[in-house]
Design a binder for this molecule. Structure first.
Ligand code: NAG
Ligand code: NAG
Ligand code: NAG
Ligand code: NAG
Length: 439
């Protein structure tokens, strides 16, 4: 009898793990009580503060300090949530010496240099399939969490908000799905956010662009939203949003572009609007001073490519190929590097363009740029306030997700058996370690 109960609990536990059933939902589901009991050994509760239940830790194990013990609980729970690990990266995740586990890095605690604590996770290119369990919130001293190019699915647990020193979060090239991971807004020191090549969908919160991030990578997901007015407020140097379904008007969003942006990639979004030609008195704007690379290619932009874009003083590379532009300033052709192919420029000596028929068909519904109701560029204030800490907007808990009419059909349970998709995200030089913590 006891064996039967244990067995069914195990089966249910596996069901929870294998199907990426969000644990929080599972807990509200009366049918999952057995699964709860099975998982109780590793249960970690936010509400109880950081005091999880540690009955899972064998009494024979000794730890140098309680943080390493917490890390043990987190990593063992994670190991249990792994369903495929072809490179055997987690196979040495046994015993109390968590600092020796593959992919786990320790250093002195940021608030107490006298003790060692887990400072980083690096399982990049691990090809691991599984989920991220709630217990990962126990790794609350880490500054790096790198799991790119694995097959993790489900969502980022809300408990990750406990990572109050997290500086770099790279979950790119995995199978994460669902709405934008609002938990990243709760990470006070986050500077590098990489969500690209996943299946995230729906809206992106405006608050993201008020956060003190240096890099925002969200390309190759299923986000659908209007480019928010405040995108230019972001102090990031790189914002990459391509291959999603953004809508809206670029110009209004760029009006008060921060002076730190070097690279803005908005290609492949089906952006259907115009870039206003007339910016009148804003000719000497210095807003775009820092921009070096701008990619608007593979959208449905039409009208004329305005001079003010091509005359940005530091612009080196401007791609606007695969749109329906029919006019461009000579300054665009003087740029160091530009791509204007597959548009509707049919003058002499133009590079490969769309066929006249294709252009005629697209333009046969006359493009009236004012119907897009794009706002005029708004100049930034002449003397921007010093980069004092911006007032942190109160972050509401993630809103109950309304069924978005455009949302894709729910994903089937994680398909852990396939290898990760071939397009490997481009490499990005990691930012220097913070607080002098060397990993
Ligand atoms: C992982 O471990 C399994 C079982 O011990 C072994 O068969 C396999 O060759 C190992 N794979 C690698 C990449 O080391
Ligand atoms: C940790 O790993 C190193 C190298 O693999 C080994 O020399 C050391 O003994 C290990 N420490 C413990 C406590 O297992
Ligand atoms: C940024 O521009 C938008 C519209 O272009 C405007 O509504 C907003 O007030 C501007 N923000 C700042 C800080 O100037
Ligand atoms: C363009 O659209 C605006 C707003 O919808 C309208 O007022 C205007 O008359 C249109 N212009 C042309 C040339 O159709």
């Amino acid at each position: 009898m006891k064996n039967t109960v244990t067995y069914s609990a195990l089966v249910l536990a596996f069901f929870v793990v294998f199907t990426c059933f969000p644990f929080t939902i599972a807990r509200q589901n009366p049918a999952s009580t057995h699964a709860d009991n099975a998982r109780r050994v590793f249960y970690y509760s936010d509400e109880l503060g950081s005091s999880g239940e540690f009955d899972s830790v064998p009494s024979s194990l000794t730890f140098d300090n309680s943080r390493l013990k917490n890390a043990y609980v987190a990593l063992q729970a994670w190991k249990q949530a792994v369903v495929s690990d072809p490179l055997n990266l987690t196979s040495n995740w046994v015993g109390s010496n968590v600092c020796n586990y593959t992919g786990v890095f320790c250093s002195p605690a940021p608030d107490d240099p006298a003790i060692e604590t887990v400072a980083g996770i690096d399982l990049n290119h691990g090809d691991i399939a599984g989920t991220l369990p709630d217990e990962l919130g126990l790794l609350n001293d880490i500054s790096l969490f790198h799991v790119n190019s694995n097959r993790f699915c489900g969502k980022l647990p809300w408990s990750l908000k406990e990572m109050k020193y997290l500086y770099e979060l790279d979950v790119s090239n995995n199978r994460f799905a669902g709405k934008f991971p609002y938990v990243v807004l709760r990470m006070p020191t986050l500077r590098y956010l990489d969500l690209r090549f996943n299946e995230f969908e729906g809206k992106v919160p405006k608050a993201l662009f008020e956060k003190n991030l240096d890099a925002i990578f969200m390309n190759h997901n299923r986000f659908t939203f209007e480019l928010p007015d405040n995108i230019g407020n972001s102090p990031a140097s790189v914002i990459v949003l391509d291959n999603n379904k953004f809508r809206g008007c670029l110009p209004a969003s760029m009006g008060n572009m921060s002076n730190t942006l070097h690279e803005l990639i908005l290609s492949d979004n089906g952006l259907h609007s115009c870039l206003p030609e007339e910016i009148g008195s804003l000719k000497n704007l210095q807003v775009f001073d820092s921009l070096e690379q701008l990619d608007l290619s593979h959208n449905m932009l039409s009208g004329t490519v305005p001079e003010y874009l091509c005359s940005m003083p530091n612009l080196q590379k401007f791609s606007y190929n695969h749109n329906f532009f029919h006019g461009e300033s000579q300054m665009c052709l003087d740029l160091e590097e530009y791509d204007d192919g597959k548009n509707c420029f049919h003058g002499v000596g133009r590079p490969v363009q769309r066929s006249r028929l294709q252009c005629k068909m697209f333009l046969s519904k006359p493009v009236n740029c004012s119907v897009f109701k794009c706002h005029q560029l708004v100049p930034p204030k002449p003397n921007p306030p010093p980069p004092s800490p911006k007032p942190k907007p109160a972050l509401p808990p993630p809103p109950p997700s309304p069924q978005h009419p455009l949302s894709p059909p729910p994903l089937p349970p994680c398909q852990q058996l396939q290898s990760p998709p071939p397009p490997s995200p481009m490499d990005y030089n990691p930012l220097p370690p913070i607080n002098g913590r060397k990993l």
